[in-house]
Design a binder for this molecule. Structure first.
Ligand SMILES: [Zn+2]
Length: 339
């Protein structure tokens, strides 16, 4: 079926079910949506669950691909993707949201050149006091916002045909303001219509549990939710979230902290929740507005130094495979998870 026919049939539950979206059972373990289309989850392989190739912090009212040279960005990023590909990475989850520089055409070009499977996202980032939110968030309901994100999943982003593989939202720490409660609820509605997993950049543990409360009230189960940037929020909170079923993401892995982060992962393993942990560098990226994109941090530490540190703590090869292969395949599988 070509793209046009595929799009024409979308919108009916029966057509979506044909592709396994509502059941997730067509292939054992379901499937993943990459910028080059869907793949079975078992083909996901070693995965970096939270990275960036390009970010523009100029704000929602000014952000535009006209602010940088796409060829320069492509040339800057590609060697870093080739580096992780050589280290055995097969899938790269790109977490830059819309209005922060998400560029799905660039991602597809990089995926084709690097031979990595790349995921992009739908959703909005309401952290940093909402400066990356488009104006329509103020007056639209959660269901109206969700409709926009569901449409991106059904038809692709803009007119590219490139479909998101997960929902990315962002909230600050502490009690959530109205606009972020709206975004969390919109994410739950989008999940229930598409089966896409919600990855939520979250300022602190209090905000994480409020998000979990909101999505459950809307009908989505905690295992549809990834608590992004959970590092340094305390083992007690990690275990509490994992016990609820949520994914706990330790995603700032760097050369400065990988030993400490290995200890945080080990604590979750000892509590019996290794199967709920995701790890990544949250590294990169081409900084729009800086000369030649500024300083780019490598994505390699999660694949090199972190596994070595984990082995020193007694992790087996099977444990590391769980962390880098099986958990991401389960977390990003497209499947509706209801309370
Ligand atoms: Zn990030």
């Amino acid at each position: 079926m070509n793209r046009r026919d595929f799009n024409k049939t979308l919108g009916s539950a029966a057509a979506l079910a044909t592709f396994g979206i509502f059941t997730g059972s067509q292939q054992k373990g379901g499937f993943i949506m990459t910028v080059n289309g869907e793949i079975p989850s078992v083909q996901m392989g070693t995965t970096l669950s939270h990275e960036h190739v390009l970010v523009d912090f100029v704000g929602a009212d000014k952000v535009s691909p006209d602010r940088y040279n796409i060829d320069e960005a492509y040339q800057k990023v590609l060697p870093y993707l080739e580096e992780v590909k050589k280290l055995g990475c097969k899938t790269f989850v790109e977490c830059t949201p819309n209005y922060l520089g998400r560029n799905v055409t660039l991602l597809r070009r990089l995926a084709e050149a690097s031979n990595l499977q790349i995921l992009t996202n739908t959703g909005y980032y309401g952290a940093r006091k909402g400066v990356f939110l488009p104006k329509h968030v103020t007056h639209e309901t959660p269901k109206q916002l969700a409709r926009r994100w569901i449409t991106e999943f059904e038809l692709g982003v803009d007119d590219t045909g490139i479909r998101p593989g997960f929902i990315k939202i962002g909230v600050d720490g502490g009690r959530l303001p109205t606009y972020n409660r709206k975004i969390a609820e919109a994410a739950a509605h989008t999940h229930l219509a598409t089966g896409l997993t919600i990855a939520a950049h979250t300022g602190d543990a209090q905000a994480a549990f409020e998000e979990l409360d909101i999505i459950q009230k809307a009908g989505a189960a905690p295992n549809a939710f990834i608590w992004v940037h959970a590092q340094n929020q305390g083992a007690e909170n990690h275990v509490r979230a994992a016990k609820m079923g949520a994914w706990v993401e330790i995603d700032g892995v760097s050369l400065q902290n990988y030993e400490d982060y290995a200890t945080q992962v080990d604590t979750l393993k000892k509590a019996g929740y290794l199967h709920k942990v995701l790890v990544s560098c949250d590294a990169g990226w081409y900084h729009v507005g800086e000369p030649q994109g500024g300083n780019y941090r490598s994505h390699a530490t999660t694949l090199q130094e972190l596994p070595t540190a984990l082995q020193q703590l007694g992790f087996s090869e099977k444990d590391i495979d769980q962390l880098l292969v099986r958990n991401p395949a389960e977390a990003f599988s497209i499947r509706i998870r209801k309370v």
